[in-house]
Design a protein around this ligand. Structure first.
Ligand SMILES: Cc1cc2nc3c(=O)[nH]c(=O)nc-3n(C[C@H](O)[C@H](O)[C@H](O)COP(=O)(O)OP(=O)(O)OC[C@H]3O[C@@H](n4cnc5c(N)ncnc54)[C@H](O)[C@@H]3O)c2cc1C
Ligand code: FES
Length: 255
């Protein structure tokens, strides 16, 4: 994987939901090379948070990329403090992203902070599409998905907006059907969806947002088990390099 670190200029960094920020970064090289489902490694400036933070690319424009991130710990807290004009250090886009398929009806399923990469995917899918997005309490990115041509269904655990429950319950309740699924979100949600698609014999691409170390394939901080015709029946793959997107049917979940 090519590790190229560049500088980007913050053009916008605003809170779009409680503790969720949209950051628009200007860098033509990143924007030109990026594809949907890839991520960038963003370097905090403070020395006690040395490792870069992987953040998915939410949208790609001619000279900019957009990231949408939740504030969790020291790194993302620092990102939230950046003002317009701040110069930041980040990688060009890395990882193996989504492969958009031309099908009859694509269903994009996102959970919480896993929703952002589905926006660029929706923009690039030329076929009809539905987005089913779930949150604990407060939805975001609905308008962006609609603008990308998706019919959007919302689930919230609290019942504050849309269906009260999770995305899979909503899919079943509404009888949402498609011939190809894509998903990003918590592992428990991805596994449930992969099982659901397997039962119905529908292909699904899933983005695994594992914890990472280096973010470039140089450590083994992010391995997952992928089915293979080896003696053990599996091989280890690096989420940062071979993924984050895999076929749901090739992931071994029970570890
Ligand atoms: C490929 C990939 C894409 C990602 N895309 C996005 C994105 O688009 N938007 C976004 O908000 N986040 C995304 N994440 C998660 C993001 O990288 C972490 O939230 C971030 O690194 C936390 O850094 P921090 O310094 O704020 O928190 P830390 O101080 O490092 O950790 C604070 C808390 O966050 C948890 N945490 C740390 N890393 C992760 C992780 N990878 N997944 C879940 N919980 C984590 C820790 O367990 C801890 O509880 C992505 C992760 C990966 C691997
Ligand atoms: S994070 Fe180091 S190999 Fe993936």
């Amino acid at each position: 994987m090519c590790k190229k670190i560049v500088k980007g200029r913050v053009l916008q960094n605003i809170e779009i939901a409680t503790d969720v920020y949209r950051m628009v970064i200007e860098n033509k090289e990143i924007a030109t090379l990026a594809s949907c489902g890839q991520f960038v490694n963003v370097y905090p400036k403070r020395s006690h948070t040395l490792l870069p933070r992987p953040i998915s690319i939410c949208e790609i424009a001619r000279d900019t990329i957009t990231l949408v991130y939740g504030v969790l710990g020291a790194g993302t807290k620092e990102f939230a403090s950046y003002k317009v004009g701040t110069s930041i250090k980040l990688s060009t886009a890395v990882g193996t992203g989504f492969k958009p398929q031309d099908t009859e009806m694509a269903v994009l399923v996102g959970g919480g902070i896993g929703v952002p990469p589905l926006v660029e995917l929706a923009k690039q899918l030329t076929c009809p599409k539905i987005a089913v997005i779930g949150f604990r309490d407060e939805p975001f990115l609905k308008a962006e998905l609609e603008k990308a041509g998706a019919k959007v269904y919302i689930a919230t655990e609290s019942g504050k907006e849309g269906f009260k429950g999770n995305v899979l319950e909503l899919i079943k309740e509404e009888g949402i059907q498609g011939d190809y699924f894509y998903s990003c979100g918590p592992k428990v949600m991805l596994k449930a969806l992969a099982d659901y698609c397997s039962e119905k014999n529908i292909p699904i691409q899933i983005s695994l947002e594992e914890r990472m170390g280096c973010g470039y394939g140089a450590c083994v901080g992010c391995v997952c088990k992928i089915k293979a015709s080896t003696e053990t029946g599996y091989e280890h793959k690096k989420v940062c390099k071979d993924g984050p997107v895999f076929l749901g049917s090739e992931v071994i979940w029970n570890d």
